[in-house]
Ligand binder design. Structure first.
Ligand code: F6R
Length: 621
């Protein structure tokens, strides 16, 4: 969850590290720090609790001088988010500096052992044991890379590490296990980073490290060493994101920019994936799925298991409805952190579809590994080239949404639902469970979704718009209830998550029919109800549920379909979306709710792109 960046080369390291950290702050913002190896052969460390701006303030005019360094933004796991626990961490003598993302589970026993041998600890972190272990391993003159290689087997847990020693100027050592780390290749200079986005201003040539590998970087070389000690040859990939894609571009928040990019993200997710058929219809075209299906695995599949967390899980609830309706396969959506410890009944007759925009979510990756060990074929959906997911699955479908920087997911939600829609239609086509003309009609509508999103988002161009006005009313509330049925329920869950994570208003997403079984007690004039009342076969049922709530004096905000003239009788406020097939409506219905959450958070003065306690990529359990 933390962000890491490292640099070695001819230029001053501090500005490069600070620029990289600014792009990584979405990974964690409890503290930030850098360590620089200066020309005098000493390591200087500056670190501060809180946001990167605190570190920038502490550095002031006096940037630490030196052409080699490491930096870190922290999402705290062990120890308070204060200056002392901030990374980089050092050994007793200040010879070594190290940054770490992840958790060292056996840190307490290692700490006790090192203390008994006379090592002095200054922080409460699990990370500091690593600096002391390396100090001990290099005490006899062992090279840094060899020392790191030998301590790695002692570690339990997950880590990405970058380390430097003042005794070996010009060398950075990196290592990873279950946490991403990449090396960036420049011209006479090289880098380490936890994410591609940290390096986009410097280089687009990257090499992904695999689990258990160690890498030694100098200004002119990259050496990768496998866990068995052999050298690994791996070509660099050239990333096609550019630096501007990862910048705010004049918008006050990444969240607003990324919400407005949703039509483009949807378009990119569909790019080249809908083709004309010889019969004059339309068909989905997912070559990666087709290559997997061509292995003969599909006829054996009797059910589908969907694995994901958070917003990606809500995307999977929509996928369940589509796969069951069109491909007539039973589908079980699982929250990955539950699946991995549930002793699930799975085997080669299942198809797992795993959804993770980061491709690195620890629970999702662990659940994938469990399924893989049971011989289950796995299709992965991610936005991140080279991510851990891509190495574990039988086929990867990329979202192609471009970088998403704001911690709350928006455009990757829309892009993942687009890809899942095409996958559901592909499964239906391959299984022969859907008439071709129905598929064509649906795909014709799918192609219009980006334009329809634009029409909904046009409201955001108006300086004082309707959704803002509703948000002003919502901003004073303590709690809100979201309801829906079918895919509307998935939208309700996602809408509630967006509201709570950006505005800190308690929000629950419930199946509309469940309200009367308990949660309706929470509703009164202070707790608004947000109802997904789009045209569907359960529309009238949702209206009845709204009526039950109005009888309790709750204020109703509805998302409804254009042309619904009766809805105004049932709701105080209505956000309209264009009419489409009910299973295709979620990516439209979610947009007013994203905007509502955004404007409410603005009204409440919240930290929109970096909500408290969260991080973009959840690489710990
Ligand atoms: C919410 C949000 C999180 C993520 C979740 C899974 O806005 O962003 O709930 O959806 O952490 O992340 P990925 O998709 O990277 O596995």
């Amino acid at each position: 969850m933390c962000g890491i960046v490292g640099y070695v080369g001819p230029r001053q390291a501090t500005p490069i590290l600070m620029e990289g950290l600014a792009r990584l702050e979405y990974r964690g913002y409890d503290s930030a720090g850098i360590a620089i190896l200066g020309d005098d052969g000493t390591i200087s460390v500056q670190k501060r609790a809180g946001k990167l701006s605190n570190l920038a303030g502490a550095l002031g005019e006096h940037m630490l001088a030196g052409t080699q360094g490491i930096g870190h933004t922290r999402w705290a796991t062990h120890g308070q988010p204060n200056d002392t626990n901030a990374h980089p961490h050092q050994d007793c003598r200040g010879d070594i500096a190290l940054v770490h993302n992840g958790i060292i589970e056996n840190y307490q026993e290692l700490r006790d052992e090192l203390r008994a041998q006379g090592h002095t600890f200054t922080s409460e972190t699990d990370t500091e044991v690593l600096a002391h272990l390396i100090e001990r391993a290099t005490a006899d003159g062992t090279k840094l890379a060899d020392a790191v290689f030998h301590i790695l087997p002692k570690l339990r847990g997950a880590y990405a590490l970058v380390i430097m020693s003042r005794r070996e100027p010009g060398v950075l050592v990196g290592a990873r296990s279950n946490i991403p780390l990449i090396a960036g290749l420049g011209d006479g200079e090289n880098y380490f980073a936890s994410d591609i986005t940290a390096l986009l201003r410097q280089t687009r040539r990257m090499v992904t490290l695999h689990d258990g590998e160690l890498a030694v970087v100098t200004a002119s070389s990259l050496r990768i060493i496998a866990p068995d000690g052999t050298d690994v040859q791996r070509d660099a990939i050239t990333v096609d994101w550019d630096a501007e894609m990862a910048e705010k571009g004049g918008y006050p928040h990444f969240l607003l920019k990324e919400m407005l990019e949703q039509p483009d993200a949807a378009q990119r997710a569909l790019l080249g994936r809908i083709i004309a058929t010889p019969a004059g219809g339309l068909a989905p075209k997912l070559p990666e799925f087709e290559a997997w299906a061509a292995t003969g695995a599909l006829p054996k599949i009797t059910r589908v298991v969907l694995l994901a967390c958070g917003t990606s899980y809500y995307a999977s609830l929509i996928a369940r409805a589509m796969i069951e309706r069109w491909a007539r396969l039973p589908v079980e959506p699982w929250i990955a952190s539950e699946f991995r410890y549930a002793d699930p009944v799975i085997g080669p007759d299942c198809l797992v579809v795993a959804i993770t925009q980061s491709g690195e979510t620890a629970d999702t990756i662990a659940a994938i590994k469990l399924a893989k060990a049971a011989g289950v074929p796995i299709i992965g959906i991610t936005n991140t080239v080279g991510s851990a997911l891509t190495r574990e699955v039988d086929a990867t479908l990329f979202m192609q949404a471009g970088p998403e920087i704001s911690v709350p997911a928006t455009k990757t939600f829309v892009a993942s639902v687009m890809v899942l829609t095409l996958l559901a239609l592909s499964l239906a086509a391959a299984r022969g469970t859907q008439p071709a003309d129905e598929r064509t009609a649906l795909l014709q509508q799918v192609e219009t979704l980006p334009t329809r999103m634009e029409t909904i988002l046009a409201v955001a161009e108006q300086p004082d718009n309707h959704i803002m006005a509703v948000a002003r009313g919502l901003a004073g509330c303590q709690s809100a209830m979201f309801i829906g049925r079918g895919v509307g329920y998935a939208v309700a869950r996602e809408g509630a998550l967006k509201l709570k994570e950006v505005s800190y208003i308690h929000a629950e997403g419930y199946p509309a029919g469940e309200l009367k079984h308990g949660p309706i007690t929470l509703l009164d004039q202070h707790t608004p109800l947000v109802a997904i009342a789009i045209q569907s076969h359960t529309y009238e049922k949702v209206i009845s549920n709204i009526q039950e709530v109005r009888a309790r004096h709750a204020r109703v905000i509805a998302v409804a379909t254009e042309g619904d003239r009766l809805i105004a009788e049932h709701a105080e406020e209505v956000f309209f979306i264009p009419a489409v097939d009910e299973l295709l409506a979620p990516t439209l219905a979610v947009i007013p709710l994203q905007l509502l959450a955004y404007y409410t958070a603005v009204e409440r003065g919240c930290d929109i792109d970096q909500p408290r306690n969260l991080a973009k990529s959840v690489t710990v359990e």
